[in-house]
Design a protein around this ligand. Structure first.
Ligand code: NAP
Length: 315
């Protein structure tokens, strides 16, 4: 298989922006889409803060537009997650999951890691057992199944507020369960949630068990106070949605790239990693802003750096 100029890992906002720039530079980028194709924007509803859309735009539509724009400039797409990456060799070798054991790796002169982040879970055994049976991290995907039911959303940030607001379209009530009584959510999102008649609040509490694993459906949760010795109590409920943040997708690079305690890749000079020709952009390297527009911005920077790197090293 011929060595590619550049492979972009991730097909979210950052990867696709990088693909548009690399495509326009004539580099015929290969975008490895990952299992969660389209990234987090494809799981969201109305995006109101991406410049250029005064009425807002649906997240999946925004992603589809970017994908078409990248394809128009010659970007190619492959599906599947990268499970092995040899960043120190030249060309860089990548192996995709599900690839035939004897299949050749993908070889590339340069790499943009824009693999994003995935939803964080509470990591309770009962929660994990009930994923897909009333436990979810995507209101837009699964809210529909809980029409006229009582639902919990866990978290105190913008994700939790957004999930809760989406779920009010379906549910009878949405109770936000947060482990503190102060919120990370922006004022505008918090106010919207506070003003919604279907949204209720349980603060200073955390879920310690989701029931009923035996029945393979969510019937209740066991809650525990985080600020007093009150005995744990049971709250009947039909579904639990997690909105407690994200974990960067860096499994394929463990030990090869420096990362912070939560796994976010550490870059220098915006998008450079310690390996020449390997760049990181978007949420995988950004624990601070994590916005569509910042992910697009760093995707653009990574593509410009790739262009410079290839011109310098390969004429
Ligand atoms: P976040 O701001 O980090 O908030 C995560 C929340 O989950 C926090 O309230 C945290 O509690 C809670 N949490 C974390 N681990 C927990 C655990 N194990 N058990 C219980 N609670 C836990 O993450 P986010 O809400 O995903 O937002 C990330 C970024 O994306 C932010 O910059 C946000 O503004 C942005 N965003 C924007 C929008 C929008 O504008 N429409 C929508 C979604 C996200 P503590 O507060 O106690 O730590």
């Amino acid at each position: 298989m011929a060595t590619r100029n550049v492979v972009i890992l991730g097909s979210g906002c950052s990867g696709l922006t990088a693909a548009i720039y690399c495509g326009r530079a004539g580099l015929r980028p290969l975008v490895v889409e990952g299992r969660e194709s389209g990234g987090q924007l494809s799981l969201t509803t109305l995006v109101e803060n991406f410049p250029g859309f005064p009425e807002g735009i649906q997240g999946p539509q925004l992603i589809e537009n970017m994908r078409m724009q990248a394809a128009n400039f010659g970007a190619e797409f492959a599906s599947g997650d990268v499970i092995e990456a040899h960043l120190g060799t030249r060309p860089i070798a990548l192996r995709l999951e599900d690839a035939d054991k004897d299949a050749e790796p993908i070889y590339t002169e340069s790499l943009i890691i824009a693999s994003g982040a995935r939803a964080r879970w509470l990591d309770l055994t009962s929660e994990q057992a009930l994923i897909g049976h009333g436990v979810s991290s995507c209101a837009t995907c699964d809210g529909f199944f809980f029409r006229d039911k009582d639902i919990i959303v866990v978290g105190g940030g913008d994700s939790a507020m957004e999930e809760a607001l989406v779920l009010t379209r379906f549910a009878s009530t949405v109770t936000i369960v947060h482990r503190r009584d102060e919120f990370r959510a922006s004022k505008i999102m918090l106010d919207r949630a506070r003003e919604h008649p279907k949204i209720k609040w349980v603060t200073n509490a955390q879920i310690v068990e989701v029931m009923d694993v035996g029945k393979k459906e969510v019937t209740a949760v066991k809650l525990q106070s985080t600020n007093n010795g009150r005995a744990p109590w049971v709250m009947p409920i039909s579904a639990v949605f997690l909105g407690i943040g994200h974990v960067p997708n860096t499994q394929a690079f463990t030990g090869q790239l420096p990362a912070d305690a939560d796994g976010y890749l550490l870059t220098r000079d915006y998008v450079h990693t310690q390996h020449a020709g390997v760049f990181a952009s978007g949420d995988v390297a950004d624990r601070r802003y994590r916005q569509a527009i910042t992910a697009a911005g760093t995707g653009c920077m990574a593509a410009i750096e790739v262009e410079k790197y290839l011109a310098h090293h390969h004429g």
